[in-house]
Design a binder for this molecule. Sequence first.
Ligand SMILES: [Zn+2]
Length: 493
Amino acid sequence: MRLTRVGLAVLAVVGLLMVGASIQAQGTATPKELGGAYTFKQGGWTYVHLEGTPHEIGFQHGYLLKDEIEDNLQVYRVEAEHMYHSNWAFFREAGKTVLWPKVEPEYRAELQGIVDGMRARGAGSNGAEGSVDLWDIMALNGEEEIADYYLPMVNAKEHKVNPPQATAPGRCSALIATGSATKDGKIVIAHSNWSPYAEGERWTVAYDIVPEHGQRIMMDGTPGVITSQDDFGINASGLMITETTLPQTVGFDVKGIPEFVRSRKAMQYATSIAEYAAIMRKGNNGGYANSWLIGDRKTGEIGYLEMGFKHTPLTVKKDGYFVSANFPSDPLVMRDDTPGFDPKDMSSTMNARHVTAEAFVKKHYGKLDTALAEAYLSDHWDSFEKKVDADKRSLCGHEENSPEGEKAWGNPPYSPGGSVTGKVADADMAAKMSFIARAGHPCGEDFLAASFLAKHPEFGWEKPILHDMKAGPWTAFHAGEAAPKDDLVVAKR
Ligand SMILES: [Zn+2]
């Protein structure tokens, strides 16, 4: 069915009227808070438009994505026990006592808004199963930094054995290029999220956020979290932002500002690479330490910010590229912040993907565009085995095919994880607040849970949360998009 803009507007109004009716029926909120918010599904993604005050943005988020947030919470509750040998109560407590005191009022209001929106839609509030409160949402937002940075510090203090997976992991493959490296001389950016599939198959929200203050944001994300967290986004001032995780980072400052607050704030308020770095550095708590790739389409400059705990070097250039695949580059970061990282182990996914990434960019230097960026994310070369093999070492990761696991991250053999989405954009798309995204593996392969679990019963604990992760088409999204349009779907390659 092809709908006109007017037809879509009518549908949107009808939808909002229906939403308003259900709110009034429950008598717990006013339709006013929903403002002009809306959501729709396309290409395996859930598009969400949010606008207004911090509380309104949160309320709309919680209201429109209530079911998705409850489902997402369940994933992390299960992982808290099985991956981190902890429990959700620990995460809630850390969210409340460690992170919340450093969350500034704007984001406190947005987080509370998520809870209020979920409750207005029928979520329980009495602490029983199925209910949600602020500390659930705080734990969800802070999950990365609690699990892999705060928990290991607590375990060390209490002389407890730290579970292998409570370690700063490697996540994601990325690229940013400009000047003589690209086809049109302007910036091209690419990112694949690399996560456990149970997390990643849900990390498929395209957020269009129009905040009361700061820049409009178009970013990907996961339900219930106020920052992109796998970190791919564009803001209205012209910044193009992504990252990959620094592996095996140590150090966490309980007095610092949570990473999820700094990264959201940077995407919302920074108008230059320098401002972006300044916001990330201020109050650095060491949590979820990343190598940031930042482009400024206004100047054509690209930046590489290695956000370690002790060292945070920034390199900016007008010509060339940066690739990133969970390897530190700066010698001081390597020495002091990622002491477990071994740059000589070419069998590790971090170094193997580094080799492939460099080779890909050198081969296509001067021709890089969004089509080649998609090819980069979809690449299956294993530089250690020296053959095509979709596994833990390919830029498009398929860890479930690797019999040795990635020991540095504590991942056992055949872990169901790897690349879970791909996103690309060029400077002209960024000017229109647009990017092209694929849900699932960037290469287009499907992951099927039942056949995997039958072959690998050791991951049976994931059965309640691990679903099929089917790849969608490469699909363009832009800010202010009202609903699906035929011409937005880019042909499946
Ligand atoms: Zn693949």
